[in-house]
Design a protein around this ligand. Sequence first.
Ligand code: SF4
Length: 320
Amino acid sequence: MPPKHIFGPVLSRRLGISLGIDLIPYKTCSYNCVYCECGPTTDKTITRQAFFPTHDVTAELRTVLASRPHLDSITLAGSGEPTLSKSVGPVITFVKHNYPEYIMSVLTNGSLMTNRGVRDELALADRVIPTLTSASQETFERIHRPHPSLRIAAIITGMVQFRKMYSGAFWLEVFIIPGVNTTAEELAGLNDAILRINPDQVQLNTLDRPPVEGWVEAATDTELERIRDVLGRSDAGIVSRKPPISHVTKAMTEAGDLIQATLCRRQSTVEDIVRTTGLTGVEVTKILGMLERAGTVTSQRGTCGVFYAICQKNTPNEDS
Ligand code: SF4
């Protein structure tokens, strides 16, 4: 039986070769972001739950990690907000205890960092990467369409509190939507928040895959560089759209299965799949054609190219 909670490895733009762990039912999230690549949120909640038995996840991890594969990160991510799961702490603890050679990362929208228990569990990880788009409640609501109880001021304070207690790597993702959080006022608010939070790194990110709302546009590299200058963060990273080529996953499974497994988790271009799998462009194109003709895969043209996805398949999000 294929793993239900483990996906990849995928080649992450930020993390390198990343094995994903998804602890959340599809699109269960505290936000419903206009830029989400996984579709609309179907269960908007801030209530932490034991969605799945932790043992199911750790059993899958034992199987997948039995061969001690080369990985740059084991990452809590997926098609919703990981910290909604009560398994976050236990799963991180399991990995760090049994596989201490791996870097344990968490991609989070940061909304539950207001919760002391969540902060304590996240502190067990080696690397925590929350998202910030605005310090303004109005813009926060426009971009994230959050659970009505959420206030960005409290979330920023939660990040500040977490930073003070956390000795691991704290990378803050600042997601840029041109025309929405790129005004002088917005950037001034972001600058103040970043100074308060004091992350180890700021990473400027923008749209890379078809969003939920068609009006959302990607920022150009020039715009991201301008914002980096305005923020006065010459050290801020701009998340590359071109990750390094990897051949590691090539031998992991049959090419068709590998491509489907990749598309089950995220929409991808041919180029993405080539980089993720190590297959050649010709092989990927040929197999995608067969899968498309069989009705297994569908394609859609976006601003960044043609994206392929599994038909009517719920797909978790690595770059949540
Ligand atoms: S982008 Fe992440 S935080 Fe936003 S709705 Fe999608 S899964 Fe939730």
